[in-house]
Design a protein around this ligand. Structure first.
Ligand SMILES: O[C@H]1[C@H](O)[C@@H](O)[C@H](O)[C@@H](O)[C@H]1O
Ligand SMILES: [Fe+2]
Ligand SMILES: [Fe+2]
Length: 292
């Protein structure tokens, strides 16, 4: 099994991928992302219901409307720190692994990236801001159009989307011949960047960074844009829509995913103490007041 390209600076020891729990968390890896249905478990039911709404309502038309609504960046003006602090009040209803405020998760992810790659300051900042697009939840967007895993709209839904079997029943794209075939509205190997994904915090944050002319490197922008695209990066689906260069993006995302997912049960960082360091990264890569 060859997982790593030599020139990728984020070289991972493949054996670590097989035992990340030892390094990252007290919780065993198989306990993360448990989407089994249990009607007597309120947390599981909350997660299932969030995805049910997402899978019922996220259609090509819906996503187009979201693009129109959010890509004018006329909702508010706010610094990165202000946006992060807003996440103090957000509990992600799609997440079976944490019920801590999202700002804690931001610092857990960032600090783990920093421990492993102290020299890549951009990766630390990527950890800190990757979920910032969730602020949409405070401006009228329901959580099912903000959080959770993403999938491609405009072609047949892949088999490895969570709750795939029941959750899409009634979504009109499922009976639309323009959108319900293997390729749907796409051409073979059209490439990751040309796919329309279900609307959520990934694409929004990517667009916010572009619009505000962030100087973060391309890898950082791609990590942010596709980190929730689990059916692709972790289940191997949709390969027939990808270009060869998308493999490189996938490797970066899989590295990042270990900080994003397996740190959810680690200790709570001292946010006040960490601010000065992260503020210096914000000032370097995405300074000042941003349009959202
Ligand atoms: O529930 C989580 C959460 O919403 C994350 O922010 C997202 O990136 C994941 O894909 C999802 O599983
Ligand atoms: Fe996320
Ligand atoms: Fe995250």
């Amino acid at each position: 099994m060859k997982l790593i390209v030599e020139e990728n600076p984020l070289v991972i020891d493949p054996s670590e991928l097989l035992r990340p729990e030892a390094e990252f968390t007290e919780k065993s890896v198989s306990k993360f992302r448990d989407y089994t249905i249990d009607e007597n478990d309120p947390l599981k039911e909350m997660v299932r219901k969030t995805y049910r709404q997402m899978h019922l309502n996220q259609t090509v038309d819906f996503v187009k409307q979201c693009h129109k609504r959010w890509m004018n960046f006329d909702h508010l003006k706010m610094t990165t720190r202000e946006a992060l602090e807003k996440l103090n009040d957000l509990i992600d209803e799609s997440d079976p692994d944490t019920s801590l405020p999202n700002i804690v998760h931001a610092f857990q992810t960032a600090e783990r990236a920093r421990e492993e790659f102290p020299e890549h300051d951009w990766l630390h900042l990527t950890g800190l801001i990757h979920d910032l697009g969730k602020i949409m939840a405070f401006y009228g967007e329901p959580q099912w159009a903000v959080v959770g895993d993403t999938f491609v709209v405009g072609c047949r839904w892949s088999d490895n989307i969570v709750y795939r079997d029941e959750s899409f029943i009634g979504n009109p794209d499922g009976i639309n011949p323009k959108y319900n075939t293997k390729y749907g509205m796409y051409k073979p190997n059209i490439g990751l960047e040309n796919l329309m994904l279900s609307w959520g915090h990934d694409e929004y944050m990517y667009q916010v960074l572009k619009h505000n002319k962030s100087t973060l490197p391309e890898q950082a922008l791609n990590i942010i844009r596709f980190h929730s695209f689990y059916p692709w990066h972790s289940s191997g689906d949709y390969e027939y829509l990808m270009k060869p260069k998308d493999e490189e993006t996938k490797k970066w995302i899989l590295t990042f995913n270990r900080y994003d997912l397996y740190t959810k049960s680690t200790k709570i960082p001292d946010i006040d103490e960490l601010w000065p360091y992260y503020q210096s990264l914000i000032d370097k890569y995405m300074p000042g007041v941003l349009d959202w």
